[in-house]
Ligand binder design. Structure first.
Ligand code: AMP
Ligand code: MG
Length: 319
């Protein structure tokens, strides 16, 4: 049963409590309804992909109460500060490098070294974020491939029964997604949205545009081998050598030079939450121990398994 919560103090308090308990709660912003989870909680974030039926892990936008709070998780720069001062709160998402002590789970950023952050403008979203007291990761609250919802009824129709609650703050005033601007290097517009390109350029000068995969190597998920580990990766391992680092799912194969367990109990939600951490750890540890390769045990393809396998296949793709 999905609770439909009114946007009054009791409803917002309930929504915040559910989020802090690791549950999924959809909430309205000025752009569209977001499907929120506590960003620091990898398993809660994994449940977002599961509820949406997303076939792959694309990076999610993290929502903050203020620019100061956002810039504690990502490294700001002069352009980011200028844009934040002018457009936050509002429908502009900035992609910036994660700080070393960033509290957001790697899964929320799909394993990337950057993170997309935004400060939403509606009073209800702000009171909710204040009550949660930490970052909330939220993609649009629709099933994968469907249209973004701008009313609580849309969310209920698509995700009712799959998430803990919907906080009904009425129709979304902007009704289109946020503009996504990558500021991790020279500015690149990754998605058009609520803040027009001209308004951004009036403040910071010309910005590039991610038109084709070739022109946009920094946009995630477009290059087959994006953010692959430096060690080669072998899939569907049924045995493992002492010169290999093992990504285990369930009882580990014997003999590996290093082991990272995704989920001893073979739980895809737990495995998804630990996937990027595991690849990074095996890459670093395997390299330090002079191992030749990472060997990944098979993960069944149902549910979140499809997204896990998509990411593993990309990491294993020839470079
Ligand atoms: P949504 O799923 O509607 O919240 O959309 C999120 C948008 O932000 C997508 O277009 C993502 O590709 C983009 N995005 C989020 N994080 C990053 C990132 N770290 N680097 C590049 N694009 C990102
Ligand atoms: Mg979407």
């Amino acid at each position: 049963m999905t609770e439909l919560l009114a946007a009054d103090p009791a409803g917002i308090a309930r929504a915040a409590a559910l989020l802090l308990a690791g549950e999924l709660v959809a909430f309205g912003t000025e752009t569209v309804y977001g499907l929120g989870a506590r960003a620091a909680d990898g398993e809660a974030v994994a449940r977002i992909y599961e509820a949406k039926g997303r076939p792959r892990f694309n990076p999610l936008i993290c929502h903050y109460l203020s620019a100061d709070a956002a810039f504690r998780d990502v490294a700001d720069n002069e352009m980011a500060r200028a844009l934040a001062t002018r457009f936050w709160p509002g429908p502009l998402t900035l992609v910036l490098p994660r700080r070393a002590d960033c509290k957001v789970s790697l899964l929320a950023g799909a394993g990337l070294a950057t993170l997309a952050v935004r400060v939403p403008a509606t009073a209800v979203a702000q009171v909710l974020l204040a009550a949660v007291g930490e970052a909330v990761a939220a993609p649009s609250a629709n099933r994968s491939g469907r249209i973004s919802p701008t009313r609580a009824e849309h969310v209920m129709a698509e995700l009712g029964g799959r998430i803990a609650a919907v906080l009904d703050s009425g129709p979304c005033p902007v009704g289109v997604e946020s503009t996504v601007l990558d500021l991790a290097g020279p500015p690149v517009l990754l998605r058009h949205g609520g803040v027009p390109r001209e308004a951004i350029e009036a403040l910071v000068g010309p910005v590039g545009e991610a038109t084709s995969p070739a022109a946009a190597p920094r946009a995630p998920g477009q290059l087959a081998s994006h953010y692959a580990p430096s060690l080669p990766l072998r899939l569907e391992a049924t045995s493992v050598g002492t010169d290999e680092a093992l990504l285990a799912f369930g009882p580990p194969l014997a003999g590996a030079g290093a082991v990272f367990q995704l989920s001893a109990r073979r739980d895809p939600v737990e495995a998804a939450a630990r996937l990027f951490e595991g690849l990074r750890w095996l890459d670093a540890e395997g390299t330090a121990r002079g191992l030749r390769r990472i060997a990944a045990m098979a993960v069944p393809g149902g549910g979140l398994g499809a997204a896990i396998n998509d990411r593993l296949a990309r990491a294993a793709a020839p470079r």
